[in-house]
Design a protein around this ligand. Structure first.
Ligand SMILES: Cc1cc2nc3c(=O)[nH]c(=O)nc-3n(C[C@H](O)[C@H](O)[C@H](O)COP(=O)(O)OP(=O)(O)OC[C@H]3O[C@@H](n4cnc5c(N)ncnc54)[C@H](O)[C@@H]3O)c2cc1C
Length: 286
């Protein structure tokens, strides 16, 4: 477990481009659930506290895609930190294979030393099952983030789109935008009960797409209805199920002709695939 304060990015990013800053000493923490908030029937906010609270956390404003690898406990309930080898991550002898998933850093509370992670309880998989049952005292391993990906803050309009898995990233992005900017957030959720408050800001307008009514392609159709401002003073962030994002990415990049630096699209999960490696499906490759 690291006790050194990781070097983090600081300062604003007015380059017009997303800025990537790698962290030298990637954190490896064993943390415990301190409290859980049930935000909607299928969305739980988990607060995690660790013994190395004074070491801080590399939380950076306007880095909404910063994420950690969450390591789930062994069948005993204990977290056993694996070692990095040429063959990948290996658990000590006698321990089960390590099980990791990617989760957004939703928040960091320096006064209590709590890391905040929002989990979608979608009903399949280790992460969803762990989150559904999470209670104070439960252990988790947290590795990362490997860097801070700082979004540009010099645009006057931001368009965000995604499903539940992208709500943590879109929520923090919407909260942290400069006061001079406005935003439109299009969110696809299972049904009306899954809507939640993203921010109090009056200049951030949220549109909910309800999957049980809209059906397949609902997110793309809703995104196409957003009228962005004339000119090039706007930026797009979209994340969620990889298959649903492909046409959204094509709409902005091919149909509207937006340059790469103004469109960030990331597949956070893929239907039918467990533990998707989001680097393996680069939706933004061309
Ligand atoms: C950078 C990044 C940040 C992310 N941030 C978050 C976050 O903050 N909160 C969050 O909840 N998720 C987040 N995700 C998505 C999360 O990593 C995946 O949803 C992951 O698959 C969940 O693991 P699991 O063990 O629950 O399901 P898995 O074991 O990986 O998958 C089991 C089955 O469930 C399906 N499935 C996976 N995710 C979903 C879903 N969301 N809805 C419906 N079906 C699904 C899979 O297709 C598969 O068929 C993020 C992903 C990335 C790449």
């Amino acid at each position: 477990m690291t006790t050194r304060q990781p070097r983090t990015w600081s300062g604003s990013n007015r380059t017009g481009q997303t800025q990537v800053n790698f962290i030298e000493n990637v954190g490896r923490r064993v943390v415990r659930v301190s409290r859980v908030e049930q935000i909607t029937p299928r969305y739980r906010r988990v607060f995690l506290a660790g013994p190395d609270r004074d070491a801080g956390f590399p939380y950076v404003r306007l880095a909404p895609t910063d994420h950690v690898k969450v390591l789930f406990p062994q069948p005993s309930g204990e977290v056993v930190m694996p070692r990095r080898t040429k063959e990948g991550w290996v658990s000590p002898e006698g321990a089960a294979e390590p099980v990791f998933r990617d989760y957004t850093v939703r928040g960091w509370l320096p006064e209590t030393g709590e890391l905040v992670i929002d989990f979608v309880v979608h009903g399949h998989g280790v992460g969803s099952a762990w989150a559904a049952a999470a209670k104070p005292g439960d252990q988790l391993g947290v590795m990362g983030p490997r860097g801070n990906i700082v979004f540009p803050e010099n645009y006057s309009f931001y368009l965000m789109a995604g499903d539940e898995s992208a709500l943590p990233a879109m929520g923090r992005f919407a909260e942290e935008l400069p006061e001079t900017a406005s935003a439109r957030v299009v969110v696809e959720v299972a049904d009306a009960a899954e809507r939640q408050k993203l921010t109090d800001r009056p200049d951030v307008e949220v549109t909910w797409v309800l999957r049980d009514h809209a059906g397949a392609g609902g997110l793309e159709r809703a995104v196409r209805q957003v009228l962005p401002p004339d000119g090039d003073d706007w930026f797009v962030f979209a994340a969620g199920e990889a298959g649903a994002l492909r046409p959204i990415r094509d709409y902005f990049r091919r149909e509207l002709g937006l340059p790469k630096e103004r469109v960030v699209v990331d597949g956070y999960w893929k239907r039918g695939i467990a533990n998707l490696d989001h680097h393996a499906i680069d939706l933004d490759a061309d």
